[in-house]
Design a protein around this ligand. Structure first.
Ligand code: AQP
Length: 342
């Protein structure tokens, strides 16, 4: 039975990469599948978060989900730490996943940097918690940006190893051949990897020290226009065909952003602009970005003005999420051989 799950970390300002690579994809899947979208606050604390900022960021991600068009009645929007099943399943997965698998995770290497001895244990085990998030709902499809591909591969490996290690028990208890599905990543659209506006070789990221590297969902019209005007480019005009974007990372990035904002493709954008110079393309991109983001921004502000209502939406979502996750985690505990108290 198909189900979509994905999460976003409440770790600072959401940016255009999060929006185009993930959140707009969440919206487009909601008519096709039952969807569960999570504010992954337990992931956030794998690196230090000021408590008050974390609280605000949690509500801000929930507001962004709703402002972007996710319907919290039709789907589930909730906060990871409110559904304890995630942590329980993550512990079981800590005991399924191998050190060698996690040692290969490039995100840990990037985030831990040179001072690995000082990284939190949570940052290292992060992908196991992510596997638990997904598999607690037996999710079959996970929309993410390109950067999460390796973690999803790990989720598949964990599901496979669990299904294999406990195969006899899974069959004996009547679950058939596999208890956890082998989840498919959904990495689609023209903006699966939005790059920094200052450096076409780095992804747009919340933690980049330069605010000019990214467009935040909270930026106003002037900030958006100024950041696009200052975005790094080469001196050539736009090519007429997609082939001409090869080895021009900054141009490719801006055209990809335009295509995603316009719900179009790189091909169509290039054919519309017919080799225009950046002096013409950038203002058009800025106008489009403002046109798309301004209503999202306004709706986020409106929602954030009533935190009590957002908290209610999250609490309701958590109740509905737990209804799905609880029997799955009970099943997993039974399979492992724990004695049930119920
Ligand atoms: N630049 C990006 N382009 C496309 N998709 C992106 N995503 C993140 N950056 C880009 C996708 O957004 C979703 C939520 O991401 P996250 O906040 O959970 O984690 P992250 O990837 O660690 O985000 P950041 O902004 O890059 O934060 P830092 O700076 O802390 O590393 C995911 O689906 C992700 O793929």
């Amino acid at each position: 039975e198909p189900r979509v799950f994905s999460g976003v970390q409440p770790t600072g300002n959401l940016h255009l990469g999060n929006y185009l690579g993930a959140i707009t994809r969440f919206v487009s899947l909601q008519d096709e599948y039952p969807c569960v979208y999570c504010v992954v606050d337990m992931h956030a604390i794998t690196v230090w978060q000021e408590p008050i900022e974390l609280t605000n960021a949690i509500r801000s991600v929930a507001a962004a989900f709703i402002a972007a068009g996710i319907d919290p009645k039709k789907n589930i929007i909730f906060n990871q730490s409110q559904v304890h099943e995630h942590a329980e399943l993550a512990w079981i997965f800590n005991c399924v996943a191998r050190m060698g698998w996690l040692n290969r995770m490039t995100q840990f290497k990037e985030k831990a940097g040179k001072d690995r001895e000082n990284a939190s244990v949570g940052l290292f085990a992060y992908p196991n918690l992510m596997a638990a998030d997904i598999l607690a709902y037996r999710a079959t499809h996970v929309p993410v940006g390109e950067d999460q591909k390796q973690h999803l591969e790990l989720t598949r490996n964990i599901a496979q190893k669990f299904n294999y290690d406990f195969a006899d028990r899974i069959a004996e208890l009547g679950y058939g051949e596999e208890f956890f599905p082998i989840t498919e990543p959904v990495i689609q659209g023209p903006a699966t990897r939005v790059m920094s506006l200052r450096d076409g070789s780095k992804k747009m990221s919340k933690s980049d020290p330069s605010d000019y590297s990214r467009i935040n969902l909270t930026d106003d019209r002037d900030q958006i226009a100024q950041k696009i005007r200052k975005a790094k480019t080469d001196p050539e005009p736009l090519p007429e065909e997609v082939k001409g974007l090869e080895s021009r990372p900054e141009a490719d990035n801006l055209v990809g952003i335009y295509a995603a904002l316009a719900n179009s493709t790189r091909e169509a954008v290039l054919s519309d602009f017919r080799g225009a110079p950046f002096a013409k393309f950038k203002p058009a991109l800025a106008d489009l970005a403002v046109e798309v983001l301004a209503p999202v921004n306004a709706e986020m502000r409106r929602l954030l003005a009533d935190p009590g209502q957002l908290d209610e939406i999250l609490a309701d979502g958590a109740d509905r999420a737990a209804e799905i996750a609880a029997p799955v985690i009970d099943g997993a505990k039974d399979i492992v051989g724990f004695v049930s108290s119920r």
